[in-house]
Ligand binder design. Sequence first.
Ligand code: AMP
Length: 504
Amino acid sequence: MTKFSELNLNPKVLKAIEEAGYETPTPIQEGAIPPALAGRDVLGIAQTGTGKTASFTLPLITMLTRGRARARMPRSLVLCPTRELAAQVAENFDTYAKHVKLTKALLIGGVSFKEQDLLIDKGVDVLIATPGRLLDHFERGKLILNDVKVMVVDEADRMLDMGFIPDIERIFGLTPFTRQTLFFSATMAPEIERITNTFLSNPERIEVARQATASENITQGVVMFKGSRKDREATEKRKALRMLIDGEGEKCTNAIIFCNRKTDVDIVAKSLKKYGYDAAPIHGDLDQSQRTKTLDAFRGGGLRFLCASDVAARGLDVPSVSHVFNFDVPGHAEDYVHRIGRTGRAGRDGKAIMICVPRDEKNFEDIERLLQKAIPRIDNPLSTGTTQDATAAASTPTEKPKRTRTRSKKSEQPQVQAETSADVGAPVQEPAVAPVQAPAPAPKAEPEPKQSRSRSPRGRSSSGERGGNNNDRNSNRVVGLGDHTPTFIQKSFAERYEGETNGA
Ligand code: AMP
């Protein structure tokens, strides 16, 4: 097994690694660090949790210790899809660079331009940024990218989901052709393949885990859930969530609860709070200081339940999350793997429980197909009144995914006591005997904002970031041509017509 000391890293970086308590490099580090230090392009196919941040940060710091930054001309660039990931990379950078003298600036939305400008003006060695904010600075004439020697693209597949690829292509075009590129993606979608073929030069390709691999130390379970009546499904689902949490008892020290829509993130967090659970929401519409506060509280153990959207939580590194609850089945099977990967980190055991309603069964089948195994079924806690720990049987899953679609026979429907949608604002006590009230209208699907690919500030989401999430990926929506409008479309009809006649 390779040791860090054999990787040619700067001795001061090695000291910081030792202080961080790392003993041996992870496979992505072992694979990526030597070619990166040799000046080669790297294509790392790795998920979060594999140590990929250090696999580019460590060689980057080592390389940057030679030379100095010039005003407004950063020497390296790290692009991340979300503010949280960018902030996390910045934290990693601080940890590993603590014994060397390097400067960094974090360019993310929700922070004043002035502060960021001041840092850039002084000259920075590393610029860690979300693509939108970086281009904003560039367009304001505050940033020159001609001196970028190394460009890192982190979580490229998420960039694709969020509509950032045109921005990334543009940024590639603004940096010198001779730059070194370290490119990371959990998956290699055709569009990602295209980008790497275009912008990477003979990269060293390192693939550390299959994209469908869920960590072995995560126990999984699913409740095939059906409301007693369609109009009660949402409230009963929230009750089921509470019962599932309760069923885990003290083993559930903290948890991330994933919802597909931002509105549901808010509703579930509010509902849990009303019932006395220590919960808070995080998603792209909340202002940055709120998001940071919530995340810090969750990381520090001051918050037990983090209700999150994919975009807000993807890639976040909180080492000890005991449980992940999927309040909704994600619309894209790979997101399931990413979501549950928030637990069972750093060799710990984790548990992932999902609630699947009939309309999500198709997406659920996709997940089992991707995992190539069945997720053990847990009894509906509302039917049994308790949470039977069916996940205990997780070690002996059936070989073939069961058919999950059931006929809607009345007799099969769980006989549950109605809980109202007013639980969000209801008193904490006796939820099960609350009077039946008119159900609240189902919250409108509201995917996180899809970014405009135009550079107009009007294309901005309220969160100040470009991009949205992938919740609408299954909707077969035509997403437009982005920056790649063919020339013939840009011409007026008369021009086109004229061209044709002239050519004839
Ligand atoms: P990442 O995949 O970059 O999100 O890293 C996941 C976690 O692994 C982070 O908490 C890192 O601090 C940790 N980590 C990174 N490299 C190592 C290593 N060589 N040994 C132990 N932990 C590591």
